[in-house]
Design a protein around this ligand. Structure first.
Ligand SMILES: C[S@@+](CC[C@H](N)C(=O)[O-])C[C@H]1O[C@@H](n2cnc3c(N)ncnc32)[C@H](O)[C@@H]1O
Length: 225
């Protein structure tokens, strides 16, 4: 039989190992949730109505562009994931897809290199100075990024307008610098129609911004940031 001290050391080693395994696979929850969002599973379940059960076969039959769907994979994802229902104002799906995108996650793999030799992880991973540079050359990512920003913007803005009631009253115009596609400024001028809104962002972002009443979009003169 081992001594109590040896037992204690062995138990510490095992706990350390378990902790490393936990970190090693922590990404699985994030990526399973990303998969569920990409397949629009929350929307499919939500469209059934709150509290109404839906079978795996019903879910899989509602997934768009699935030429040969595999129900066993769907079952594995749903074992990892629960639905609470969502609404337009609390839905963080678009932001989640940014944060788990290869451009965002990829640069973290260069952290140790940056510690050793300095320089930005993002530049080492992708040869670009910033996420904005990449977005300007990748239309799909540009849309994903702008939609993701707009979804957090809506959530923040709802709280801001509710809590900051008199703060906007004295303003005649308001500029949102780095305002993305203008979601936040458009909501402010909707609640305060006397304000003239200006949305300022990079050209590739402004190019995709919707038209809003009482909001002018202005593109920054160059994309260096
Ligand atoms: C974190 S996002 C915020 C987006 C926006 N506020 C929203 O909530 O939707 C930062 C924004 O700054 C913009 N940006 C970065 N560099 C800029 C620059 N030099 N001039 C203008 N906008 C810039 C990006 O394109 C991006 O839309």
């Amino acid at each position: 039989m081992e001594s109590p001290e040896a037992d204690h050391q062995a138990s510490l080693r095992l706990r350390g190992q378990a902790e490393i395994w936990r970190h090693m696979f922590a990404f699985l929850d994030s990526l399973a949730l990303k998969c569920a969002i990409e397949l629009q599973i929350p929307d499919i379940i939500h469209s059934q109505g709150i509290g109404r059960p839906i079978t795996l076969s019903q879910i899989i039959s509602c997934i768009d562009n699935a030429p040969s769907p595999d129900i066993s994979y769907l079952e594995r994802i749903l074992r990892l994931w629960l639905v609470n229902g969502s609404d337009e104002y609390t839905d963080l799906s678009a932001l989640y897809l940014i944060e788990t995108h290869a451009y965002v996650v990829g640069s973290w793999n260069f952290l140790s290199q940056s510690v050793k030799e300095g320089g930005m992880t993002f530049e080492k991973a992708f040869g670009k100075r910033s996420l904005w540079d990449l977005a300007s050359q990748d239309n799909r990512f540009n849309k994903l990024f702008n939609d993701g920003m707009a979804c957090t913007g809506r959530i923040l803005l709802r709280e801001m307008v509710a809590g900051y009631k008199d703060g906007f009253g004295c303003l005649r115009s308001l500029v949102d610098v780095g305002g993305g596609i203008g979601g936040m400024i458009s909501e402010i001028v909707k609640s305060y129609p006397h304000i003239k809104g200006i949305n300022f962002d990079l050209p590739h972002v402004i190019a995709t911004a919707p038209v809003y009443d009482r909001v002018s979009h202005i593109a920054a003169s160059n994309s260096k940031c």
